[in-house]
Design a protein around this ligand. Structure first.
Ligand SMILES: Cc1ncc(COP(=O)(O)O)c(C=O)c1O
Length: 428
């Protein structure tokens, strides 16, 4: 669909998600993975229920890690039994919400996390099947490492600690460990790096089962499948994963072909990145101290906010003129900034961007994953972009998140209500 027409209808800036691209990515990833294995869609990449529903219909399960992602999964039609609840700091409240929604599978990141899940499940008279999250040492250059790399992280329990005290994960009332969860890396740099991590995880699972008696009815090997972010390009095609991993599984965890253990993978960005484009408008092009600045109506409040704060990967946005590449674009280097009053609101530094003028529409591709979701939504109280989903040239969903202010519940008050300011003054 013509982005200019969508902007006329829904305003600028605008996130556009192409539903067909989600299915294409799913087909590619399924093709790359050994079968029979399960694939979880990680809603943290993009919890939009229409996207998540498409992936459910394509056979994905849901990996969720917050009450918001739980609601999105439910709205997308996932049954609780098809969700895996993960995350390092789960509260009893959120565990209870998940249990009530029918979630029975949890990744547990520490013995205390395991006991918390067990306590809440027991209160609801159910038993949770838990995967002990295991962190492994780095096996080479990877991508965004999630733990036990150069420095320790808050994620999981190290394989060595698990092996030395497996009884901390023995069955308790309300929970039992049925297997292991690995997620060592996100956005792996290439197929070799992915293969090295998966192979290492498979070997670690087999060793922990043999030496420490950790059950292996289910092994979630995580992911790390890569995708370009906020720049043009295509997700990688993995040609060796399926055969190499099948051989490794045959050798270390025989029985996996019959579901003993069940093997699962997880993916967010590979499945969602390419479907999303952020369309925005050049507010102004200006020169300052010898640098050309392209000021957009969208910045780190709508895209890559965590990067804007100096955390994680900084996006390097090259604004693509809506009506195709122009020779001037590559010739001139510019700084691409957003509308916020902070120097951190820099989307691209020294990137090609000549030939643009105020009022031009530009597109930022491959932002279906970690786009609006990973941004500073409430920063500067600016309105939300709408999100539209298109299929077969038609808008099939148009919605807009709304942030509204409401009184915060008062911690420590039995009713959760805060006394009014006058009452506070009178009583003090
Ligand atoms: C436990 C877990 N699962 C899944 C993901 C999704 O990763 P990606 O979007 O790179 O596939 C992450 C990302 O940090 C994660 O920590």
């Amino acid at each position: 669909m013509d982005p200019a027409a969508l902007v006329t209808g829904y305003g600028s800036p605008l996130y556009v998600y192409r539903l067909e691209a989600v299915r294409e990515a799913l087909d590619d990833l399924r093709h790359a993975l050994p079968g029979p294995t399960a694939l979880y869609y990680s809603l943290k990449a993009n919890p939009h229920p229409v996207l998540a529903r498409e992936l459910r219909l394509g056979g994905c399960l849901a990996e969720i890690s917050s009450p918001g992602e739980l609601s999105a999964a439910v709205e997308a039609g996932f049954a609780g039994k098809d969700c895996l609840y993960t995350g390092p700091a789960k509260t009893e409240h959120e565990i209870a919400l998940a249990v009530v929604a029918g979630v029975r599978r949890f990744s547990v990141e520490s013995p205390a996390d395991y006991r918390r899940v067990g306590r809440v499940a027991a209160q609801h008279r159910v038993t949770a099947g838990c995967l002990a999250r295991v962190t492994t040492a780095a096996v080479g250059p990877s991508g965004l490492r999630m733990g036990a790399g150069a420095s320790p992280s808050q994620f999981g329990t190290s394989a060595a600690e698990l092996a030395s005290a497996p009884d901390r994960f023995a069955a308790i009332e309300g929970a039992r460990v049925i297997g292991m969860h690995f997620f060592p890396v996100s956005n792996a740099c290439d197929e070799d790096a992915l293969l090295a991590e998966f192979t290492h995880s498979i070997r670690t699972a087999a060793e922990l089962s043999e030496r420490a008696g950790i059950p292996v009815s289910a092994v979630d090997l995580g992911g790390g499948f890569a995708a370009p972010y906020a720049r043009s390009g295509q997700r990688p095609v993995y040609t060796r994963l399926s055969t190499v991993l099948a051989a490794e599984l045959d050798a270390r965890l025989p029985g996996w072909r019959h579901g003993h253990p069940e093997i699962a993978f997880e993916s967010g960005r590979y499945l969602a990145a390419e479907c999303g484009t952020l369309v925005c408008t050049v507010a102004e092009v200006k020169q300052n101290s010898g640098t050309t600045f392209v000021l957009l109506d969208s910045g780190i409040n709508h895209l890559g906010g965590m990067s804007g704060l100096g955390r994680l990967l900084r996006p390097s946005v090259t604004p693509e003129p809506l009506h195709g590449p122009s020779p001037e674009k590559d010739a001139q280097r510019v700084a691409v900034t957003g509308p916020l009053c902070t120097p951190a609101d820099m989307l691209g530094h020294n990137v090609p961007g000549g030939g643009l003028a105020g009022g031009d529409l530009v597109t930022i591709p491959n932002v279906g994953a970690y786009g609006l979701t990973a941004s500073l939504l409430g920063f500067l109280s600016r309105p939300m972009p709408a999100e539209v989903v298109v299929k077969d040239g038609r808008v099939v969903s148009a919605s807009q998140l709304e942030l509204s202010r409401r009184p915060a519940p008062c911690a420590g008050s039995p009713t959760g209500e805060c006394p009014s300011p006058e009452m506070k003054q009178r009583s003090s």
